[in-house]
Design a protein around this ligand. Structure first.
Ligand SMILES: NC(=O)c1ccc[n+]([C@@H]2O[C@H](COP(=O)([O-])OP(=O)(O)OC[C@H]3O[C@@H](n4cnc5c(N)ncnc54)[C@H](OP(=O)(O)O)[C@@H]3O)[C@@H](O)[C@H]2O)c1
Length: 254
């Protein structure tokens, strides 16, 4: 059984550790001993060791997953050379990473928060076949994964699938509010929106977005009046601009 060392014990580290639990030996690394111990206990992690340090981490021959905040990268000093680094930090490029730590291979990964429920989507970039196979073994345990051919595509993909849950969260909140405004209870409105997202995600596997829209929009019906309101508010442009803004920010972190 291989050992995977995860630096960090936040939300994404939790999703990854829970996905890998029992399938790999784990090592949880960070700066706070109590938080690490609590993380291992709360998530019932098996075959797991821990290492805490305020400064230096020995990464010799490790398979590392970097699950800390981008600004925290330089907080630690990394000694020796790791076997491979899976970097999930938004916007942090391989060249920035190479200036901070030495590894035989570097791999960029952009998971998303649905990993917490085993339905995550991870976008992966590596130019090494063996690393790609290991990346699939690790990140498929969180849901599914997609490979991109160029490192810069990670930032574009991340602006959609990594940030997307927040955008859809905003849409879900707005629809729940709309139901309440129209006189439904919060509970009923929430159940309607949950069911809507669930059914929509399944429909999207067999139909294009345009087909779904046309199937719902009958001539002179109710939906087209709603669509006109959304088009008047430039909803499509707002989403496209949101993805562009997130992409721009990710590039600025490189
Ligand atoms: N959440 C998402 O949807 C998502 C999606 C894709 C990628 N990511 C990436 O995943 C990474 C982790 O995100 P998260 O959502 O899991 O964040 P999080 O829950 O806030 O966890 C952050 C982790 O970073 C550590 N950290 C923060 N500041 C630090 C510092 N100054 N020095 C050392 N360690 C520090 C924290 O440890 P302490 O408690 O000790 O500070 C904690 O282990 C980020 O780089 C993010 O870009 C997140």
């Amino acid at each position: 059984m291989q050992t995977i060392s995860i630096i960090g014990y936040g939300k994404m580290a939790k999703a990854i550790a829970c996905g890998l639990n029992g399938k790999f030996r784990l090592e949880i690394i960070g700066r706070d001993k109590e938080k690490i111990e609590d993380f291992i206990q709360t998530n019932s992690l098996l075959n797991t060791t821990s290492f805490h340090s305020q400064k230096t981490i020995d990464i010799k021959d490790k398979i590392l997953i970097l699950a800390i905040k981008p600004y925290a990268l330089e907080y630690f000093k990394y000694e020796n050379q790791s076997r491979v680094v899976f970097n999930i930090m938004a916007g942090v490029s391989i060249s920035r990473l190479q200036n901070v730590l030495s590894s035989k291979s570097y791999c960029r990964v952009m998971p998303n928060v649905a990993s917490l429920v085993g339905s995550g989507l991870s976008v992966i970039y590596s130019d090494d076949m063996e690393v790609k196979r290991l990346a699939s073994d690790i990140f498929d345990t969180l849901g599914s994964s997609i490979f991109v051919d160029k490192e810069e595509q990670i930032n574009s993909a991340g602006a959609i699938s990594g940030c997307g849950p927040a955008y859809l969260g905003l849409v879900a909140e707005a629809l729940i509010d709309a139901g309440v405004r129209e006189g439904l209870s919060l509970d009923i409105s929430t159940k309607l929106v949950n069911g809507l997202f669930d059914g929509f995600s399944k429909l999207l596997q067999v139909k294009t977005p345009n087909e779904i829209r046309l199937d719902t929009t009958s001539p002179g019906g109710t939906t087209i009046d709603g669509i006109v309101e959304l088009e008047n508010s430039a909803t499509r442009a707002a989403f496209i601009n949101a993805v562009c803004a997130a992409h721009k920010k990710a590039k600025s972190l490189s």
